[in-house]
Design a protein around this ligand. Structure first.
Ligand SMILES: [Zn+2]
Length: 359
C-alpha cells in the first residue's frame, strides 16, 4: 500500500485548511466530506469535533475510537494600532523566534489578508542589544498588512485567527514539509484506517474516527468525544518528535528518526494490553516501529481519553516529525503509510469480547 494521488491530495488540503484551536471549521468540513464516503454516520458535536462511525459486524466486537485532532497552533489578532499595524499572540505553544521576516495570513470573515512580520533592518540594529541577541517576544512583534488604520480596522477584526503561509513542499525521497502536519496527518491517518478497515470487510467492533478540536490548548475536544462516543479502546494519532537532525541531545530526547516507522508510546497513559498487541501486530506484519517512553500523562488526546467515564484503554501512535510547531514540519510519507497499515491490521485482529484489563 502506497499513498495514492487522491489520498495525498486530501493530506495536502488538510494542511492548507487554516484551523487554529477554536477555529477548526475549514478542517472539519474537509473531514466530513471525506468521511461521508465511507462511514455509516458522520456527525459534528457542539464543540466542532467530527465523528464518523463505521459500524461493527459482531455484537461483542470491541469498539475503537481513532482520535486525530484537527486544530493546529496559530495566532490571534489582539489589537490594531493607530498606524494600522496588527498586534497578535499565539494560539497554542509557538516559538516567536520563527516569525520575524515571514508571511502570515489573517483569516477574516471576508477572506484572508496577507501580512508580513516586520523586523528592524540590520543597518539599524545595535549588535549588543536584546533585539539583536534575543528572541523578540510576541508583544513586541507586529504584522504589517499594508493598510492604514481605517482600512485595517475595516478588513480585520479583533479575534481573527492567523496562520503561516507556508505551502506543502515535496523534499527528497519520500520526505515532505508543510505547516500543521501536527496534527492534520493524525486526522488523515484516522480516516485512512477507517477506509482500509471498511475495504477489508469491516471490523468486529465499531470504528469511530474523532476529528477532535482544541487539542493544542488543553486536550479539550477529546474530553467531550470520549464521553459521547464511549469506546472501549481509544487510540490517539499524533506527530511525535524526531531527533535525527543536528543539535538534538538524544540522551535527553531519545533516538527517533524519520523513515523508521511510527512511534508507539509506552508508559502510564498507555494500556499495557494495547501496547503488547500493537507491538505483536507490528512484528507479525513486519512493520518497523520506535518505542517512545512517556512516564506521565502524554500531552495528547490520549491523556483525557484515558480518564473518560470509567476509564478507557488508550494508546498513542505518532508519525515522527521534525520541527514541530514551525512553518515547515518535516515527515516521511513512508512512516505515514506504515502507521495506517499497523493500526488497520491491529483493529482487524481484535477478538470480540477481548478483555482489556491489565493483569
Ligand atoms: Zn498535536
Amino acid at each position: 500500500m502506497t499513498i495514492g494521488e487522491h489520498d495525498l491530495a486530501f493530506l495536502v488540503a488538510l494542511t492548507q485548511a487554516p484551523s487554529p484551536s477554536g477555529y477548526e471549521q475549514p478542517a472539519a468540513q474537509l473531514l466530513r466530506e471525506r468521511l461521508a464516503l465511507s462511514a455509516n454516520t458522520v456527525k459534528t458535536d457542539v464543540l466542532g469535533s467530527v465523528h464518523g462511525i463505521l459500524c461493527g459486524t459482531h455484537p461483542e466486537g470491541v469498539s475503537v475510537l481513532l482520535a486525530g485532532h484537527i486544530d493546529q497552533v496559530g495566532y490571534i489578532v489582539t489589537h490594531i494600532d493607530d498606524e494600522g499595524f496588527i498586534a497578535f499572540t499565539e494560539i497554542g505553544g509557538l516559538d516567536p523566534g520563527v516569525l520575524p521576516g515571514t508571511e502570515l495570513d489573517i483569516h477574516t470573515t471576508r477572506g484572508p489578508v496577507r501580512g508580513v512580520v516586520g523586523r528592524n533592518p540590520i543597518h539599524g540594529l545595535d549588535p549588543h542589544s536584546d533585539e539583536y541577541l534575543k528572541v523578540t517576544p510576541y508583544h513586541k512583534l507586529f504584522i504589517d498588512v499594508g493598510f492604514g488604520v481605517v482600512q485595517a480596522k475595516e478588513r480585520i477584526a479583533i479575534g481573527d485567527p492567523i496562520t503561516f503561509v507556508s505551502k506543502f513542499t515535496v523534499l527528497g525521497g519520500s520526505r515532505v514539509a508543510a505547516q500543521a502536519f501536527d496534527n492534520k496527518v493524525g486526522a488523515w491517518v484516522a480516516v485512512r484506517v477507517l477506509e482500509e478497515v471498511k475495504a477489508a470487510g469491516g471490523a468486529a467492533g465499531d470504528v469511530i474516527v474523532a476529528g477532535t478540536v482544541q487539542e493544542e490548548i488543553g486536550l479539550r475536544g477529546a474530553v467531550a468525544s470520549g464521553y459521547s462516543q464511549n469506546p472501549q479502546i481509544a487510540i490517539a494519532f499524533e506527530t511525535g518528535v524526531a531527533t535525527d537532525y543536528p543539535s538534538v541531545d538524544k540522551r535527553r530526547f531519545g533516538d527517533f528518526s524519520l523513515g523508521k516507522g511510527p512511534h508507539i508510546a509506552r508508559g502510564a497513559n498507555i494500556s499495557p494490553v494495547l501496547f503488547k498487541l500493537l507491538v505483536a501486530t507490528a512484528a507479525k506484519e513486519q512493520i518497523p516501529y520506535q518505542v517512545r517512553a512517556i512516564p506521565c500523562a502524554t500531552p495528547t488526546d490520549a491523556n483525557t481519553l484515558q480518564l473518560t467515564k470509567g476509564g478507557k484503554a488508550t494508546a498513542l501512535i505518532s508519525v515522527p516529525t521534525r520541527y514541530m510547531h514551525t512553518p515547515f514540519e518535516v515527515l516521511d510519507l513512508d512512516d505515514v503509510e506504515k502507521t495506517v497499515r499497523l493500526v488497520t491490521r491491529f483493529i482487524l485482529s481484535l477478538e470480540p469480547g477481548l478483555d482489556l484489563t491489565p493483569w
